[in-house]
Design a protein around this ligand. Structure first.
Ligand SMILES: Cc1ncc(COP(=O)(O)O)c(C=O)c1O
Length: 361
């Protein structure tokens, strides 16, 4: 078998090895059909079995009540930036947004482009998005409050979700969905591109409360309405079958191999503590996020200068540690330690960081 590296990519990102092995094992002949999953009809009982199992597992893992629907869409999390205001901000209403980073800004920009009424009620842009804002008040008549639960680029994460009373929370959970348990009741809509914690790129999960399904207006094109997909169990048109299949296997892995989101959170905490504790004791590495806002998924840090950062990323790769370059918009280094990244990978990274600091500090 080809050697696999420790993969700290921000997305597409590491997938659980048992999932990849299962894909390989059944790729040429899916469940005795004599065809691969990429070749069967999306209307076949075999594929519908995969889709329905994925929905059931996601609902169980997140303990979703019956009034939530799980949809599989395309267009990436980025398409949700416009579908949400298009579908949920009705004539005469307005939505609240919290600006915690580059992805939140992109979500806000789409509401602007659509000329939908919205207010940015809090922002952490004043300090390069290094923290999660506190002490804001939500407009009681807002259509929703949009947050980004984990800021992939800046390395911050909501430690707990904001209290918004009766205003439904709408969350971009692209980079931390299924990393920890949470109460879904205050949420009207949760969305996530699959390519970090859920599976491969190509499918976006939308979890929507039934009362949020009514389209703002029938002027919305069919493919951009949530109700289109809710009414047809995500099979209005041809869905990304292979991506959905891998998501189903990842969900099965979290449920059956890991043992659910409580255990997943503990494992993620262990990994994050290992690396943050090391950074905090070091004079060489410096974390970029405030302590109470740090992400357990994307650990962002700086070295004394940019040339050392470049060398760090290159030398790490030579040691089999990949994907450590920070996002091009902020620079620095970033270790993405999503669900499928094991503690062994993080231990190897910390060992490498020690040696690198000794040699170059
Ligand atoms: C928090 C967050 N939102 C949205 C996106 C964009 O996702 P997509 O590429 O699926 O449109 C990303 C991608 O990295 C992300 O991290």
């Amino acid at each position: 078998m080809a050697a696999r590296i420790h993969n700290f990519n921000p997305g597409p990102a590491a997938l659980p090895l048992p999932v990849l092995e299962e894909v390989k094992e059944e790729f040429l002949d899916f469940k005795g059909s004599g065809m691969s999953i990429a070749e069967i009809s999306h209307r076949s009982a075999l594929f519908e079995g995969v889709l329905n199992d994925a929905v059931k597992r996601l609902k169980r893992l997140l303990k979703l009540s019956d009034n939530f629907r799980v949809l599989f869409l395309q267009g990436g999390a980025s398409s949700q930036f416009f579908m949400i205001p298009m579908n949920l901000i009705l004539e005469g209403s307005s939505a609240d947004y919290i600006n915690t980073g580059s992805w939140a800004k992109k979500a806000i920009k789409e509401a602007q482009i659509l000329k939908k009424a919205h207010k940015v009620i809090a922002s952490s842009e004043d300090r390069n998005f290094s923290y999660i804002p506190k002490g804001f008040s939500v407009n009681t008549d807002a259509a929703y409050l949009h947050i980004t639960s984990n800021n992939t680029i800046e390395g911050t994460q909501w430690p707990s979700f904001p209290q918004a009373g009766n205003v439904p929370l709408v969350a971009d959970m692209s980079s931390d969905i299924l990393s920890r348990p949470f109460d879904a009741a205050p949420f009207g809509l949760i969305y996530a591109g699959a390519q970090k914690n859920l599976g491969p790129a190509g499918v976006t999960i939308v979890i929507i409360r039934e009362d949020m399904l009514d389209p703002a207006s029938l002027d919305i094109p069919t493919m951009l309405r949530y109700s289109t997909f809710a009414e047809k169990n995500s099979l209005y048109n041809t869905p990304p079958c292979v991506a959905i299949y891998v998501v189903q296997l990842v969900l099965k892995w979290i449920e059956e191999t890991i043992g659910g989101l409580g255990v997943m959170e503990r494992l993620n905490r262990e990994k994050a503590d290992l690396i943050y504790n090391f950074i905090d004791r070091s004079e060489f590495y410096k974390g970029t996020a405030d302590l109470d806002s740090r992400s357990a998924m994307n650990v962002t840090f700086r070295l004394p200068d940019e040339s050392l950062e470049k060398k760090f990323v290159a030398d790490a790769l030579k040691e089999g540690l990949g994907g450590l370059k920070g996002h091009r918009s902020v620079g620095g280094c970033r270790a993405s330690i999503y669900n499928a990244v094991g503690i062994d990978a993080v231990r190897s990274l910390v060992d490498f960081m020690k040696v690198f600091a000794e040699k170059n500090g």
